[in-house]
Each structure stands twice: as C-alpha cells, then as structure tokens.
Design a protein around this ligand. Structure first.
Ligand code: RUB
Length: 319
C-alpha cells in the first residue's frame, strides 16, 4: 500500500527507538495520522478508511508494550468511525482525523504538565529522589518541584541496556538539580538514602499493575523492603483497556545486540542472550499513581478505564 514516506519514517523511528518513551511514541503516532490524512489523495471514504486502518496497524505494530500508542490511534480512529456513520464526505473525515490527532497531542502535553504540577506537591525540601529510565512525566514532576523553589537531589539509574538514565541525568543536571548516576545493580545499595521513588509507565493494567522499563519491579521490591514510597507518573492514556477483559500486556523482547555488540556475541559461543524491555510491578508495591486527573491508588485503575475514559469493549476490539 502507498504510505507517505514521512509516515514510514515515523514508524521506523519508533521501532528503532530513535523516538522513545510512551508519551512521545503516542504523540508521534498521532502526528503520523495527521501527515497521512493531509497527504492522502483518496476521493472516496472507503479507500481513505482502508488506508487509515493500514497506517494505524503499521504504527501499532512498531512497539508492542506502550499502550499509549494503540490508545492514541483508538482516540483518533474511533472519532473517524463515528463520523463515518453520518457522512460519506472524505474531506470531512480528513478534517476529523487531523483535528482529533492534534487534540490528542495537545491534551497529552497538557496532561504531562498537570502531572508535573500535581506530582511536585509530593516533593519536599531535602529529599533524595530515585528514578529509573527516562520518563517525560517524571521529569515534569521534578522540573515543577525544582522551579517552584524546592531543593532536593536525584539518583538516576543508568538503565541498561539502552542507558536512558543518562538522558534523565543530563536533563536534570541541566536544570541545576544535583544528580547522581548509578548502575542499575546499585539501587538497593543506595535505597537507605532515598526518600521517594518516581517512575513512569508504559502501561497500567486494570488491576493497577505497572508495566515499565525492565528493572522497575526490582526497584519497587527494594523500595518496599526499605518502606519507601513508590510513585508512578502516568497519563490516563497509559491505562490499558484490553486488560479489563483479562488480556495480558505483551512485554517487548528486543534484539540481543542491544545487550552486547555483535562481535562480542560471536565470542560467547553457546550463550543465549535475552533482552526483555519491560517488566511488571504488582499493584501492592505501588504507593499511588499520579495522573492528570489526580493521585489515585493503583486499585482505582479500573475506574479510570471505565468511568473516565469510558472505553467500551467494542471500541478497542478493532485495534
Ligand atoms: C521508556 C520507559 C518510560 C515510559 C514512560 O522505555 O520505560 O519509563 O515509557 O515514559 P523505552 P514517558 O525507552 O523503551 O521507550 O513518561 O516519557 O511517557
């Protein structure tokens, strides 16, 4: 199928992790739908919708875990399908796709800001805060807290194998926040110095379980042992509707050469390498989830899905 090269590039950038982080992936996918709609030359609705479905699937298949990606697509496509019920005007459909995708992007950015504002209230002067990987939502919390005058320091785990923790450390120290980078395995060693943990989310299941960067669940375990609060920063579009019907969130397994360069792998005869990108933290290890709608206990995840997002089983079964 004929897909605009800019759309293919966005899909490739998400797949290769040039574009990464659940929120950014979702916003880029929405941007791809805008580009597709603006560039499509279809004159009839059925051709347009067929291609839109194709592009949606192409984007969804780039990374399987971050539920923000299918949720962004569902947000746009559910509005397109609703419009289709009352019009056969392809221009109208194009407008709806572009408008909805733009709205998703701007609402998403507002949500990250709101989380920053709400979450910053949990930060106190003198705290040592630990974070893992690179989460825009967590950065937003720390940024709001720092620029509202609170003084604290942050420990960042380097986050093997892709070292996203280095990005976090660079951003935070760029704000002037005292920042320390540690290897992932040193987390428990430093846990007695830590007052609070903030991590982001790739997906939240309806029972409140968190799926986030590999290593998150070990940090939660160490935090629980040391009785330190463990907060998750998650926009509501990170909540996974399919888990309402018991479906499990798929954990992405990435190529082995992210763990070891190819030439080193060749020297490791008989050794297999596994590289799961995410893990699951059970709800009992989570103190609370900071969303743009407020701070909720993990057990309230189901009400976010049902009451606030209003997802119906039919709505998400298509994608
Ligand atoms: C990134 C990761 C982040 C979440 C939340 O994984 O696990 O914690 O995506 O990020 P990857 P954000 O680097 O594999 O995409 O708050 O920016 O949405």
């Amino acid at each position: 199928m004929d897909v605009p090269s800019q759309v293919l590039k966005i899909a490739e950038d998400i797949k290769s992790m040039k574009v990464r982080g659940a929120g950014r992936i979702a916003r880029e996918a929405a941007r791809a739908l805008i580009i597709f709609s603006e560039q499509s030359e279809d004159k009839d609705v059925s051709g347009f919708m067929k291609k839109l479905d194709y592009v949606a699937r192409l984007l969804i298949n780039t990374r399987p875990t971050a539920v923000s990606l299918p949720n962004a697509i569902r947000y746009v496509l559910s509005r397109a399908y609703k419009t289709l019920e009352c019009t056969s005007d392809v221009e109208k459909l194009r407008e709806v796709v572009v408008y909805s995708a733009r709205k998703f992007i701007s609402d998403s950015l507002v949500a990250v800001e709101r989380i920053g504002d709400i979450g910053s209230k949990l930060v106190k002067d003198g705290m040592t805060i630990l974070t893992h990987c690179h989460s825009t939502a967590v950065i937003s919390i720390l940024k709001h807290a720092w620029f509202s005058g609170k003084r604290f320091n942050v420990i960042c785990t380097e986050t093997r194998p892709k070292f996203q923790g280095r990005i976090t450390a660079r951003i935070l120290s760029g704000f002037g926040i005292p920042t320390t980078l540690i290897v992932d395995g040193a987390t428990r060693y430093f846990m007695h110095d830590v007052d609070v943990i903030f991590v982001g989310a790739d997906a939240i299941a309806s029972n409140g379980a968190l799926v986030n960067k590999i290593g998150t669940s070990m940090i939660a375990l160490a935090a629980r042992e040391a009785r330190k609060p463990f907060f998750v920063a998650a926009e509501t579009y990170k909540f996974a509707p399919e888990t309402l019907s018991g479906k499990l969130i798929k954990v992405e397994e990435r190529p082995e050469n992210e763990v070891l360069p190819k030439r080193e792998i060749e020297k490791m005869k008989g050794v297999s390498i596994r590289n799961p990108a995410f893990d699951l933290t059970p709800p009992q290890y989570i103190t609370a989830i900071i969303t743009e709608r407020g701070v909720i206990p993990p057990q309230a995840a189901v009400s976010i899905l049902v009451e606030f997002l209003g997802w119906s089983l039919e709505q998400f079964s298509k994608f």
